[in-house]
Design a binder for this molecule. Structure first.
Ligand SMILES: *[C@@H]1O[C@H](CO)[C@@H](O)[C@H](O)[C@H]1NC(C)=O
Ligand SMILES: CC(=O)N[C@H]1CO[C@H](CO)[C@@H](O)[C@@H]1O
Length: 318
């Protein structure tokens, strides 16, 4: 009941960038906001529930609504077709040592799933040439910064002209490479004008870098919690535009940076963020992004506690 009331408040309050009252969450927890608006996945049907890798792999031949119950180990990387929702049952369902490849498709939703342990040299979620993707209320992690940084790939990556993506209320933690958007300095012809992505109400804790790293694209990153990310946070490269607002960065050197790792710098605007501990910024070009949608921020001082309790799995359940 309390959740419904808060959501109703946020919806009526709904115009751009409404700030939360102190000590209350303003943003609704169960709503698609941002560049992926209009993504419907497999629709609203009950769908099929799967409890094994073989059943999941069969269900993925046709797509639709697929509910995963339990932790499925050893599924490898599974391809996801268009018009599909992958939903976790309860708090502890997902994939261990596996992931999803979303390649040359459109309209995919992934919610309430735990991804535990990155497969060797692969991304856990890899979006390639695909549009309309919503990842929400997931917990995506590996084993920490162990072994070599290139033994694994990203937690959530998107490339080759992918577009219209929202990643919300998701806990990213304990890994080397977080989220790479745009994989190469030489992919301008595919990526320029694409790679629009919204990140909100996520946490990035104990992840080395790429939170996200964005080339050519457009990123709106708000009300997220960054803690103990030892190399860099938001990395805008190759003319990318980012708006970084109402986030909390604690011990994130180069929390927002525009001149790292690429031949050309990116653009950034940071506003109303909190930088503490070793956190610093290096913004060499000021950006100009105004998101084309309504959204509700929560204040930087409260986002870590809000995301800790309202992010990840077991909040929005299926
Ligand atoms: C996905 O759904 C849309 C809308 O119903 C439809 O036009 C499209 O053909 C579907 N795509 C696939 C690959 O089934
Ligand atoms: C269109 C374009 O620039 N494509 C390049 C993207 O990057 C790959 C390497 O990962 C090149 O092979 C493509 O030519």
């Amino acid at each position: 009941m309390q959740l419904l009331n808060l959501a109703a408040f946020a919806l009526t309050a709904g115009s751009s960038a409404v700030a939360a009252p102190l000590n209350a969450r303003a943003a609704p927890v169960d709503q698609l906001v941002g560049y992926a608006a209009g993504t419907t996945g497999g629709g609203s049907g009950a769908g099929a529930t799967v409890t094994s890798c073989s059943a999941l792999s069969t269900a993925l031949k046709t797509g639709g609504v697929i509910k995963i119950s339990g932790t499925l180990t050893g599924c490898g990387i599974l391809k996801v077709p268009s018009n599909t929702s992958l939903l976790g049952v309860g708090k502890n369902s997902g994939l261990a040592d596996g992931g999803f490849q979303i390649k040359d498709v459109s309209n995919v939703i992934i919610r309430n799933l735990v991804f535990n342990t990155a497969p060797s040299e692969k991304d856990i979620i890899d979006v390639d040439g695909s549009t309309k993707i919503w990842v929400d209320h997931c917990d995506i992690h590996s084993k920490g910064m162990v072994g070599g940084k290139d033994d694994y790939d990203g937690l959530f990556d998107a490339k080759h002209g992918s577009d219209l993506i929202t990643v919300s209320w998701t806990k990213f933690h304990d890994h080397w490479k977080g989220s790479l958007i745009g994989h190469s300095d030489s992919n301008e012809s595919e990526d320029k004008g694409k790679l629009h992505i919204t990140y909100h109400h996520n946490s990035f804790i104990n992840v080395n870098s790429r939170l996200p790293s964005l080339r050519f694209g457009t990123g709106h990153i708000y009300s997220s919690c960054y803690q103990d990310d030892p190399t860099s946070g938001v990395n805008s490269r190759m003319g990318a535009q980012v708006l970084v607002e109402q986030n909390s960065f604690s011990n994130v050197p180069l929390a927002v940076v525009t001149d790292l790792d690429s031949d050309e710098a990116g653009f950034a605007v940071e506003k109303s963020n909190i930088f503490s501990g070793t956190s610093t910024t290096r913004i060499t070009q000021t950006g100009s992004l105004t998101p084309p949608y309504s959204y509700t921020t929560d204040p930087a001082a409260q986002v870590c506690s809000i995301v800790a309790s309202q992010g990840g799995t077991g909040v929005v359940t299926f």
